[in-house]
Design a protein around this ligand. Structure first.
Ligand code: F0G
Length: 356
């Protein structure tokens, strides 16, 4: 049967009326990819997978939540949606709003969103408002506006976003036949770790799986869950998770505590190194923020913090094409980007010097 998105696949697990018009772009059904080469570098026998959420219709996991939030907005008769975003939420809101025939208003931090994401919000016809402030400032503004105008807020404080995103956990259990022992996620606003807790929790309640330990990693310059307090001036190259005041603070703390998990931080150099390793050793091109989960899992495996025989899933949240600037900077830094004269000798010289 033709695959037609997360709502049609998991309708029984979502709060939805029978006759609701479903707004879908075929989101979900993303692959679980085993990382054998990178796992070997840890010296452990763990089975490590990535759930490559960058293969969603707009290139990030946000599509699961946006599909459901926009479907519910239409069900409720809304004519417009609004969000603050570090980029991916705005891209997804713009696309799903376009499909539903709604107006999308998106607030983004000026100069701090990756090029691919900005291009998406613009081409899908969202009203793009750059603010001279960060994501947290944008969040305060859109909450205020949505509270006083007939506009649906589609940030992850909208519970339908989390219901949509919990389907990623369902897919993992359905694919493996069991839940992983550990699930690693990059954490910014903390909606997605909460959504996974809900998803595994719903399946667990029905006896379909055990509960995995949920582990959240943040960028070192934007790591309020690690320090235990909000950060007023978050800074990281991983602009997707450049967030200091996470909205799902209490829920994410609960998800961690209830599953025996932990939070950790990865600095920008290690984020970039892991992004490059994923691309060059495994063929998986993700944006910088998405490499944080894999960096955390590799670190914890090496350190023996998780047992060698564990099954581990890392969510890789967004596609690398979202942020071409960072990828090109990384590529140039390796000095394998050359310009030569158009002659056989010149090209042969290059090849000769570089065969492994
Ligand atoms: N990875 C990527 C690529 C993201 O875009 C985000 C969040 C996260 C991880 C963190 O997920 O917020 O649920 O903890 N991006 C939001 C946005 C904030 O506006 O696109 P979270």
């Amino acid at each position: 049967m033709r695959y037609s998105g997360i709502i049609n696949r998991y309708r029984d697990w979502l709060p939805l009326a029978d006759d609701t018009r479903v707004i879908t772009l075929g989101e979900g059904d993303t692959p679980l990819i085993r990382l054998d080469r990178l796992t070997r570098t840890t010296g452990r026998d763990a089975t490590l997978y990535v759930k490559f959420e960058g293969l969603n219709p707009t290139g990030s996991f946000k599509d699961r939540g946006m599909c459901f939030a926009v479907t519910k907005a239409v069900e409720e008769g809304s004519k417009a949606v609004i969000c603050a975003s570090t980029g991916n939420t705005s891209a997804s809101a713009a696309a799903y709003a376009a499909r539903a025939g709604l107006t999308a208003f998106v607030l983004i931090p000026e100069g701090k969103i990756a090029l691919g994401k900005l291009s998406q919000a613009l081409i899908h016809g969202a009203v793009v408002v750059q603010i001279q402030g960060n994501f947290d400032a944008g969040m305060r503004l859109v909450k205020e506006i949505a509270a006083n105008a007939p506009i649906t807020l589609v940030n992850s404080v909208n519970p339908y976003r989390l219901h949509g995103q919990k389907t990623a956990a369902f897919e993992i259990v359905d694919a493996l036949g069991f839940a992983p022992d550990y699930h690693y996620l990059p954490v910014g606003n903390a909606g997605n770790i909460t959504a996974h807790w809900w998803g595994y929790g719903a399946y667990h309640k029905q006896g379909r799986c055990a509960m995995p330990t949920l582990v959240g990693y943040q960028a070192a310059g934007a790591a309020p869950f690690v320090s235990g307090q909000m950060v007023d001036d978050p800074e990281t190259i991983a602009t997707a998770i450049r967030i200091g005041h996470p909205q799902s603070w209490a829920l994410a703390q609960e998800a961690r505590a209830a599953t025996g998990g932990w939070f950790g931080a990865i600095d920008d150099a290690e984020i970039l190194e892991t992004q490059r390793l994923l691309a060059q050793e495994e063929g998986i091109f993700c944006e910088p923020a998405s490499a944080v989960s894999v960096a955390g899992a590799l670190r914890d495996l090496r350190a023996g913090r998780i047992p060698g025989e564990a099954t581990v899933v890392c969510t890789v949240t967004g596609h690398g094409l979202k942020d071409p600037d960072v990828a090109i900077q990384q590529g140039k830094a390796t000095r394998d980007f050359l310009t030569v004269s158009p002659t056989l000798d010149a090209v042969r010289d290059v090849i000769h010097g570089r065969m492994r």
